[in-house]
Design a protein around this ligand. Structure first.
Ligand SMILES: Cc1ncc(COP(=O)(O)O)c(C=O)c1O
Length: 485
């Protein structure tokens, strides 16, 4: 490599060095793609020892060639591979190639999305992407708004914070920004299903309301929030003098992909002047499948929506958006700083996105959506999303036909939860059996699948987010799992 200081400039030799470094990194990555396994198998203690170093900051640096070599030999082989058809453990999948190219642009130009002067074209693109997303989810383009965030947890916090502030400002007539929480804040209540994501409680904690303000609503047999129970709980709370301010629905629960009944929840929220937030971190992608989009058609009626692009949309981590039906509520988050987002900027046409954001310095993640949506179009996306949901239905059908397996619910998106039953005469109990099979798959077969608990029993989980998966591959995986039983 050249002896320069490794910065990209307009100088030809620096450009050549940039290209050489990127090409070398790409060669190292592609050279490591020698198998379809999702994990090479090393158990945690062995891997820890293998990667141990006291020399993070040596007296003299080792240089690029050596560090790439170390990365290639030590780290790359032991990374989990979400691009593999043997990976179905969690809610992220194979990153689409155009979005990896977008990541290169994002990192190279290092825009920060807080103020226009740090990201002129990037700001305008984010605004365009958000406007189009609001339209996609059925919001009025003129009044809705949104912002990119670091992930579903932050998008949920953003939506719930606006829900809390709207209630305090408009219903309790308390200027919460100036005076903080109202004295009777312990009476505030938000409702979410008993299987919603833990970021609901974390948000309540961060908002100063405490986890006790989160009322867990039971789910029905399909793992959806029970709207009848919700109504009873809200009415009971209101009668006791508590202050119901928000329902947080889940559109794609983490384990089952089940979708709460948005229309019924909307009616209850309207009756009680409550905000309806949709945590669609997982299920937001369903809208791009003409075959299945009807499953999420209540989203347009929600006051805020969490959309995660690093889940069903297969874009690299991190990439998420918080959409708000009435964008005026973002004003509650705006604080002006002389060095960054001056008040006069807006009048002169400079948009400073920090005004809507919980983060200050922020990545240009909107580029990944821009490139991928425009490149693939509606038909390309429909194929990806529909294939994943069809695969889940196929796999569930296979499991149901098998007497050695119990399933939990019909998949609505792409997650299938099931439990292996011990063979007759087997001494191992079912929980131990299922845990053992998952570990054996990971460390001996290179197959990484999920594990959770349902109705008190350990279950296994396939989250099928790889559109390359075929029915034949699913048949093989099931055979493999049964052979380990
Ligand atoms: C339903 C749901 N909401 C929110 C989140 C949190 O998203 P993130 O990990 O992007 O913060 C998850 C994560 O799996 C999730 O499943």
């Amino acid at each position: 490599m050249s002896k320069s200081d490794y910065f990209l400039t307009s100088c030809e030799s620096d450009k050549e060095q940039y290209t050489a470094i990127m090409e070398a990194a790409i060669r190292a990555i592609t050279a490591s793609m020698t198998h379809e396994k999702a994990y090479a198998g090393m158990p945690p203690r062995e891997l820890r020892e293998f990667l141990h170093t006291d020399e993070l900051l040596p007296e003299t640096g080792v240089g690029f060639d050596e560090i790439l070599n170390e990365t290639q030999t030590k780290i790359l082989p032991n990374l989990v591979r979400p691009m593999s058809t043997c990976y179905m453990a969690h809610l992220h999948g194979p990153a689409l190639l155009e979005s990896i190219a977008a990541e290169l642009v994002i990192a190279t130009f290092n825009q920060s999305m807080d103020s226009w002067d740090q990201s002129p074209a990037a700001t305008e693109i984010e605004v365009e992407v958000i406007r189009n997303l609001c339209k996609l989810y059925g919001y009025d383009e003129k009044t809705s708004d949104g912002v990119f965030t670091s992930g579903g947890s932050q998008s949920n916090l953003s939506g719930l914070l606006l829900a809390r502030d709207r209630y305090c400002n408009e219903v309790m007539h308390r200027d919460i920004r100036k005076h903080g929480l109202p004295e009777n804040f312990r009476k505030l209540r938000m409702y979410t299903s008993e299987i919603s994501h833990f970021s609901m409680e974390k948000s309540a904690q961060l908002m100063g309301l405490g986890c006790e303000c989160v009322v867990k609503v039971p789910v029905d047999n399909a793992m959806k929030m029970d709207a009848v129970k919700l109504r009873e709980l809200v009415e009971q709370d209101a009668a006791e003098g508590n202050l119901p301010f928000c329902v947080a629905a889940t559109v794609g629960t983490t384990d089952f992909g089940s979708i709460d009944p948005l229309k019924e929840l909307r009616s209850i929220c309207d009756e009680h002047n409550m905000w309806l937030h949709a945590d669609a971190a997982y299920g937001s992608g369903v809208i791009l499948s003409p075959k299945y989009a009807c499953r999420v058609d209540g989203l347009s009626k929600c006051d805020s929506i969490t959309v995660d692009f690093h889940k069903m949309f297969l874009l690299p981590i991190s990439c998420s958006a918080s959409l708000i039906r009435d964008g005026k509520y973002f004003d509650m988050l705006t604080i002006h700083a002389d060095y960054l987002n001056r008040e006069e900027d807006e009048g002169d046409g400079y948009i400073n996105l920090v005004n809507k954001s919980l983060q200050t310095t922020r990545r240009f993640d909107a580029l990944k959506v821009w490139m991928s949506f425009r490149m693939r179009g509606r038909d390309g996306w429909a194929k990806i999303i529909t294939t994943c949901i069809d695969n889940a239905a196929y796999f569930h059908g296979l499991l149901k036909a098998n007497r050695e397996i119990e399933t939990v619910t019909e998949p609505e998106i792409s997650s299938v939860v099931f439990r292996l039953l011990p063979p007759e005469g087997c001494k191992e109990d079912a929980d131990t059996l299922n845990k053992r099979v998952r570990r054996a798959l990971m460390h001996h077969e290179g197959v990484v699948i999920g594990q959770t608990v349902c109705h008190g029993h350990v279950c296994l989980k396939f989250t099928l987010l790889n559109p390359r998966l075929t029915h034949e591959r699913l048949d093989e995986l099931l055979k493999l799992i049964l052979s380990l039983r």
